[in-house]
Design a protein around this ligand. Structure first.
Ligand code: UDX
Length: 436
């Protein structure tokens, strides 16, 4: 099939590359000329395992193209996937202006029947609006149908999550659109769930918000474990054997971040309120997460009289390992609080430092300073206190004794529960983690 994909962020680029990988002819469209050139030269604009290799392979095979020329791309496609962003607006609603811009371009350029597939996460009813919008602006006498096909990939494992997705959700209102999408996904050999468009849109939000709720629930229980003398890891292990609960996403920590959970919980809250309904469970997940992000800092703040001129090692900046993405990363909230209080931060992250520098350049920031270093040991050298925000393997592999031997005072606040309590105690580290 001839496929175009609008937008080359996480959703669009990964989808385009994977469609090419299973044999379709794909053109990825982006407005950014520099980005297109970069991709043509075989370089991925995002840090994602396996992506670059598949980009190069499928580009060389002539199945994958990149362009800014949306007219030539769209006019001859069997299907056009929309994978542009739907960022959060100040009121929590999703900004649909990028989707609308692409829909209009499609309406003005298509020259044959095709299916427009909305892959971006969009509020319930958006696919109906996109279809109406395209009809309003349609220039030629062709049949355009809109289908919903939400994306469930997680950053860091995006290619694997797409090629081996747990399920493909297809939301359509017509047999024609359903047939085209089933043909596109047939080579993947994955379970396909066909529903109507509004249900497909809801499946995406309901899934993400459920996972966010699961994490916030475990963080809530973790906080109670701390107060009551239980250990959240043992509790999670005990819970995980119940298949109705499942063993994944039970890790308590410093709160969820990233480009999806924070945005999608707020977007569903907003949508519910528009219907005059309050989603109390999702509201609770959002509230717990907000507090969770700075709980460790509050603990440390209660212990130290001041952070002024203290050397603080920060290990991990990204919202999770395997990505250079900092969106809604707990490190951002914590570093801001530390800098406000005059800390001298030595920060280590294997890939996220360059992005972090955009917000906090090397040197003086607020009342403190920040220095970026290239190993955990360098960050820990002579430090008064250490905060762990991301569970990168490079950080996980730092032995307990290294904290004791390298830091001026081995005091560690670990937001990811990387260490065994007894081992840290044995190594002489004053160690604080989550829920244990
Ligand atoms: C998520 C969903 O997993 C994916 O299906 C959806 O399409 C987009 O949103 P992503 O944000 O990339 O993907 O990462 P994910 O691995 O889900 O982690 C999100 C956040 O939750 C991270 O900050 C992570 O540290 C946190 N998390 C995850 C926990 O705190 N505990 C857990 O047990 C799991």
């Amino acid at each position: 099939m001839n496929i175009s994909v609008a937008g080359t962020g996480y959703v669009g680029l990964v989808a385009g590359v994977c469609f090419a990988e299973v044999g379709h002819t794909v053109t990825c469209v982006d407005v950014d000329e520099e980005k297109v050139k970069l991709m043509e030269s075989g370089v991925s604009p995002i840090y994602e395992a396996d992506l670059e290799e598949l980009m190069q392979k499928n580009y060389a095979a002539g199945r994958l193209h990149y362009t800014t020329d949306y007219k030539s791309a769209y006019k001859n496609s069997d299907a056009i996937f929309i994978g542009v962003g739907t960022p959060e607006q100040p009121d929590g609603s999703a900004n649909l202006s990028y989707i609308a811009a692409v829909a209009r371009q499609i309406a003005e350029t298509v020259e044959r029947d095709c299916v427009v597939v909305v892959k971006s996460t969009v509020p319930i009813g958006t696919n109906d609006k996109v279809e109406q919008f395209i009809q309003d602006f349609l220039v030629r006498d062709v049949r355009i149908e809109v289908a919903s096909n939400p994306e469930f990939l997680a950053q860091g494992t995006a290619v694997r999550d797409t090629l081996r997705a747990a399920r493909i959700i297809i939301g359509t209102e017509s047999e024609y659109a359903e047939k085209v999408l089933k043909e596109i996904y047939e080579p993947f050999g994955l379970p396909i769930v066909s529903v109507n468009r509004r249900s497909a849109e809801m499946i995406k939000y309901a899934s993400n918000d459920f996972l966010a709720l699961k994490i916030s629930y475990m963080n809530d229980i973790a906080n109670l474990c701390e107060l009551s003398g239980a250990n959240i890891e043992d509790v999670a292990k005990g819970m995980s054997f119940d298949e109705r609960i499942g063993g994944k996403f039970l890790n308590a920590g410093i709160g969820y971040g990233g480009s999806c959970f924070p945005k999608d919980t707020k977007a569903l809250q907003y949508l519910a309120r528009q219907y005059g309904y309050e989603l109390r469970t999702v509201t609770a997940a959002v509230d717990v997460n907000k507090e969770q992000k700075t709980r460790l800092f509050q603990k440390a703040n209660d212990r130290f009289i001041t952070f002024n001129r203290l050397k603080v090692a920060v290990l991990g900046l990204t919202f999770k390992p395997g990505t250079d993405d900092l969106r809604e990363a707990p490190s951002l909230d914590n570093v801001a609080l530390l800098l406000e209080r005059g800390a001298d931060i030595y920060a280590y992250d294997p890939v996220g430092a360059e992005n972090f520098k955009q917000k906090y350049p090397e040197g003086e920031n607020l009342n403190g300073t920040i220095t970026y270093v290239s190993s955990p040991e360098e960050a820990l050298d002579g430090a008064n206190v250490c905060f762990i925000f991301t569970e990168w393997p490079q950080i996980r592999s730092v032995a307990p004794r290294v904290y004791q031997e390298t830091m001026r005072t081995p005091i560690v606040y670990d937001g990811r529960n990387l260490y065994d309590l007894k081992e840290m105690k044995r190594a002489g580290v004053d160690y604080y983690s989550i829920g244990r």
